[in-house]
Design a protein around this ligand. Structure first.
Ligand code: SF4
Length: 291
């Protein structure tokens, strides 16, 4: 922790970290960006000074809430969306993208985004990956997971015996948070209905939430990664019905964000266990080493 850290900045960082902790977020990781190491190092140091265990992402932590699967909300009013009744998922995704437009719904639209990063991949896939939000590379290229973390995700997908082109990849927020900070609750709440609509038209068999923000947003649960991982959840996108009456939701698994795995490669084995659970569910076999 630098001795020269401005007390005002320290107070602001501490307040921000407490806010995330109240949301149940204890895992802080650093997406790779050039020239921002000093800033994130300060952030880590403040986090550690408030919750020393926040530096060690794998240690079990006190959960803010009990981990239970989300049940359908019987009081929820489902307003038909423009893509409702469109059976072709590619067309339905296009309608959702058009509805998103040049979005100004949350503060991230005026915080330096270059473009909206909607999602990429096979609209008719059985497997979806959901991350947190675009980083610098993604913001520049308009595609999720294209930086170093994206390369690791590609390798994880390859290890499952499939390709990036066979899955669909999206994020909770579609605009880059400045300085690659964690998206605010308001930003996640404002943007995630579009993600829910994407899931509802793709109708995957399995969604893999990459990291705490994706997991907590999708499951509306406030638990640590240690508690969220290692099991399947029955998942149905909230606030939107699928146009397919035969689709009754999917399974959701939680694993580490690839950016976290870059920071702590020791946890790759744990992530692989999560992916093996997903492979079993989808009937996928890992490719042979010499294949
Ligand atoms: S993050 Fe989502 S809600 Fe916010 S401005 Fe971007 S597209 Fe709109």
């Amino acid at each position: 922790m630098p001795d020269t850290l401005d007390p005002e900045l320290r107070r602001a960082l501490a307040a921000r970290i407490r806010y995330y902790n109240e949301m149940g977020i204890y895992d802080f990781y650093r997406r790779e960006t050039r020239g921002e190491v000093a800033e994130t190092a300060v952030f880590d140091a403040v986090a550690a000074s408030i919750h020393p265990e926040s530096r060690e992402e794998m240690s079990p932590r006190k959960a803010a809430a009990v981990a239970v699967a989300v049940e359908g909300n019987i009081f929820e009013v489902l307003v038909p969306k423009p893509e409702h009744g469109v059976s072709d998922p590619a067309k339905a995704l296009k309608i959702i993208r058009e509805d998103l437009g040049d979005c100004t719904r949350c503060p991230l639209h005026k915080q330096g985004r270059k473009q909206i990063v909607f999602g990429v991949g096979n609209p008719a896939t059985d497997l979806m990956f959901v991350g947190e939000g675009p980083g610098a590379d993604e913001d520049r290229q308009g595609e999720p997971f294209v930086g170093r973390a994206g390369q690791l995700l590609n390798n994880m997908i390859k290890a499952m015996g499939i390709t990036r082109e066979q899955v669909y990849i999206a994020n909770v927020v579609k605009c880059r948070p400045p300085g690659n900070r964690t998206p605010e609750r308001e930003e996640c709440e404002t943007c995630s209905p579009f993600l829910m609509r994407q899931i509802a038209v793709i109708k995957p068999k399995v969604v893999v939430a990459l990291g705490a923000v994706a997991a907590k947003t999708l499951l509306a649960m406030n638990s640590s990664m240690a508690q969220l991982r290692g099991r399947f959840y029955d998942f149905k996108p909230t606030g939107v019905g699928s146009s397919d009456p035969n689709w009754d939701g999917c399974k959701l698994a939680v694993t580490y964000h690839p950016a976290f795995l870059l920071r702590d490669p020791r946890q790759k084995g744990e992530a692989w266990k999560d992916l093996q659970m997903v492979m079993k569910e989808l009937g996928l076999a890992a490719p042979r080493a010499n294949a």
